[in-house]
Design a protein around this ligand. Structure first.
Ligand code: G
Ligand code: G
Ligand code: MN
Ligand code: NA
Length: 248
């Protein structure tokens, strides 16, 4: 079992770093953006970082930039410079947002520095629980005022997904791959969320697209923004920057 010290050492050695996965616009035939995903390379292979350790790693007294997120910002810079139209999304838990509540504006300034806010998306990944809805709404509102967009991640995996969409100030919906799978067999599984998003003109991204059949079924529902192994696997930001049209 990994310890906090293992993670700190992995960060220093560059074994804990961010990969990027493209989001495609299948109608335009181009990359629309990238999602940053933390990857830990160990001698035993690639493993995920337990959320509790990730949270520990973020704690830095004095409020300086938190190490993993600073790495994410560096990866974002590479990607944004390579493709002048692409967005970059960061995964952020509601736990982190709660921890930063006293000063979300200051936190975002330290994290993003001079990244162009209008090209940054925060994916809110904790679907299980919203401890204090009013506080979360306030934090998201502050983040949006600072210029970033908010995406609800993993839509279709939680019990109160639709309620959450209605209550939170958001800009983008990401459909979990289970819903994409179901949507190819049971188109009605998508009706509610697509009607909601359509009514508010919210972009919707279909995640976990693995086969041409899924690509085509989603496209037939108007879902032209797609992410998944069919379109591109998570890889080094430098390699994706090159694929997107040249590095910095
Ligand atoms: O092990 P796997 O790569 O499948 O895990 C991916 C999960 O980890 C996803 O839910 C993804 O959103 C989350 N994740 C990836 N990078 C980060 C990060 O930097 N911060 C947070 N909070 N979650 C992340
Ligand atoms: O929770 P979140 O949506 O952030 O999780 C993203 C996770 O999904 C990452 O670990 C990423 O590697 C994985 N992923 C991305 N595309 C696909 C896909 O097409 N199929 C599967 N099974 N996983 C995917
Ligand atoms: Mn995500
Ligand atoms: Na997801």
């Amino acid at each position: 079992m990994a310890t906090h010290a293992d993670l700190v050492a992995a960060l220093a050695a560059g074994d804990l770093d961010y990969h990027a996965q493209p989001v495609l616009d299948v109608a335009a035939g181009r990359i629309a953006g990238f999602e940053l995903l933390l990857r830990w390379q160990t001698p035993e292979g690639e493993v995920s970082v337990p959320p509790q350790l990730l949270a520990l790693l973020r704690v830095r007294p004095g409020g300086g930039p938190r190490p993993p997120l600073r790495r994410a910002a560096a990866a974002a810079t590479t990607l944004l410079q390579s493709d002048p139209e692409a967005f970059v999304s960061f995964n952020v838990t509601e736990g982190v947002l709660e921890a930063e509540l006293p000063d979300p504006g200051g936190w975002i300034d330290r994290l993003l520095e001079d990244l162009p806010r209008e090209r940054v998306v925060f994916e809110i990944v904790e679907t299980a629980r919203v401890a204090d809805l009013a506080r979360t709404v306030r934090t998201l509102a502050i983040l949006r005022e600072s210029g970033v967009r908010i995406a609800v991640d993993d839509y279709g995996t939680g019990l109160s997904d639709m309620e959450r969409l209605r209550q939170l100030p958001i800009d983008i919906v990401k459909l979990d791959r289970r819903l994409v799978r179901e949507g190819t067999r049971r188109p009605e599984a998508l009706d509610e969320v697509l009607a909601f998003a359509g009514g508010r003109a919210l972009p919707v991204i279909a995640e976990g697209v693995e086969t041409p059949a899924e690509r085509d079924a989603m496209r037939a529902r108007g879902l032209v923004l797609q992410q998944g192994f069919l379109h591109g696997r998570p890889g080094s930001p430098a390699a994706w920057a090159e694929a997107a049209g040249g590095g910095p």
